[in-house]
Design a protein around this ligand. Structure first.
Ligand code: GDD
Length: 433
């Protein structure tokens, strides 16, 4: 891959956010010859071997819920063979067991391609038992004892699996992408971001080049969606309040397509549903921004957190039939995590309170955001023990003295919701949940 270096970077404590980088060539050839050096100070050539070396240590997670199987097969087709794939499905099991149909199709795909594909249902009782065994009941629904629904919840569960599978990197691609070529590009770009970073705490986020829409009888290559426009503006406003300089550096506030080093993925705190991506930024600033009241780990003082934003070349074409309500829900969730953060400056908080009220007055009230603790301290031996009878356990690396839990059980859990410090003023809820 041939890619420009970032034109500028903003530093927020230990967090370096790099401006969007353009890709000049998707494939820029093989490894350097012995006497060949980088030819430019501003353009980096990342050899195929370098990308491959990173990708083979990467788990690519495909979160899905009720997507069309043919669409997801295209996504799987785009993921390089040397990556390990984790499909985290929350598709329905009743009255028709959609998940069973998906699993058959994906495992058949795995046999035909000789690719390692782990297919998991988010509501598998064994997964719930694994979280209960490590004291992470906050992710379980108290009514069912199973992992809660939500994209973020699926991603958190997949992160624990990727950790057990000893992956060094974890990338996410939505299951409803029409272009396998775009998926392949995203994975290469994830790897390129890591190749450019000299920190073991790094994140790559994709800024779509365009999102084509059919307008009248032609194609229009839109750049920004409504949610991204609003979230980026708010995150940049937050940065500007601290630095005193207006900025447009953040262009990937809602990037569903992103990847993290496992070191960083385990340290982050998460938020529920579609708020997970904007909250990445917020939590990076909360934990590693060096603000009053935060303690940077020694590791991070020596390193830093690198956020690379890479502009993809393929158009991003995904299932857009989810309607305006869905867009508003994502926008609302992003506003909530910024508003509720203890680092949200007063001025921005006032503005957000107004905007959230306006949405609520229009009857746009969505589920409250939940927060989940970092996964780093969880006992992976105990987590793994609860999953040992699952077919994908064959991919777990050998581990001596394993304590085996014979069969998964539904667990009786109490709800533990970890909330951030109380916001400055409670938000009106119009009596709705
Ligand atoms: N495992 C799991 N569990 N997956 C889910 C769930 C769930 O409860 N709910 C949704 N998904 C899957 C969908 O099947 C899809 O593959 C992916 O998560 C994204 O969900 P969509 O509902 O298709 O979201 P979107 O396309 O509107 O929004 C995407 O892009 C936004 C940026 O524009 C998402 O990735 C957002 O998170 C992102 O902010």
């Amino acid at each position: 891959m041939r890619i420009e270096i970032p034109r500028e970077s903003e530093r927020f404590g230990a967090v370096s956010i790099h401006s969007v980088q353009k890709v000049l060539e998707l494939d820029a050839g093989l490894q350097f010859q012995q006497n060949e050096a980088q030819t430019s100070q501003i353009i980096r050539r990342i050899s195929y071997q370098q990308l491959h070396g990173i990708e083979k240590e990467m788990a690519v997670v495909v979160p899905m819920r009720g997507e069309r199987i043919k669409l997801v097969q295209g996504v799987l087709c785009g993921i390089p063979n040397h990556c390990l794939v984790i499909i985290m499905s929350n598709s329905s099991r009743h009255p028709v067991d959609r998940f069973a149909i998906e699993r058959d199709a994906f495992l058949r795909f795995s046999r035909f391609t000789d690719k390692r594909v782990v297919v998991v249902h988010q509501k598998d009782p064994a997964l719930a038992a694994a979280f209960a065994a490590v004291g992470y009941a906050q992710i379980l629904d108290p009514n069912t004892g199973l992992v809660r629904s939500g994209k973020a919840e699926g991603m958190i569960a997949a992160t624990m699996l990727a950790r057990l599978l000893q992956r060094k990197y974890i990338g996410f691609v939505d299951a409803d992408n029409y272009f396998p070529g775009a998926v392949l590009e995203y994975v290469h770009e994830y790897a390129a971001g890591f190749a450019l970073s000299n920190s073991t705490y790094a994140m790559t986020r994709i800024a779509w080049h365009s999102k084509p829409k059919i307008i009248e009888d032609g194609l229009f290559f839109a750049k920004w969606g409504r949610t991204s426009r609003s979230t980026n503006l708010l995150l940049n406003q937050l940065l500007a309040e601290y630095t005193g300089f207006e900025t447009e550096i953040i262009k990937t506030g809602n990037a569903g397509e992103h990847a993290l080093t496992m070191n960083l993925a385990l340290k982050l705190r998460y938020s529920s549903g579609y708020s997970i991506e904007p909250y990445h930024y917020i939590n990076l600033f909360e934990q590693f921004g060096g603000l009053e009241g935060t303690v940077l780990s020694k590791d991070l003082i020596l390193q830093h957190v690198d956020v690379h934003q890479i502009e993809s070349r393929n158009p991003h074409m995904h299932d857009t039939g989810k309607g305006d309500e869905h867009i508003d829900e994502m926008k609302y969730a992003a506003m909530q995590v910024i508003y509720q953060s203890p680092i949200c400056p007063k001025k921005l908080k006032r503005q957000l309170r107004r905007e959230i009220r306006e949405m609520e007055e229009m009857e746009q009230v969505y589920a409250p955001v939940r927060y989940y603790d970092p996964l780093a301290e969880l006992d992976d031996g105990a987590f793994r023990a609860a999953l040992v009878e699952r077919p994908y356990a064959e991919f777990f690396p050998p581990q001596p003295h394993l304590h085996v839990v014979p069969s998964p059980m539904l667990v009786d859990v109490e709800e533990t919701v970890v909330l951030p410090p109380t916001p400055e003023a409670p938000l009106p809820t119009n009596g709705k949940p």
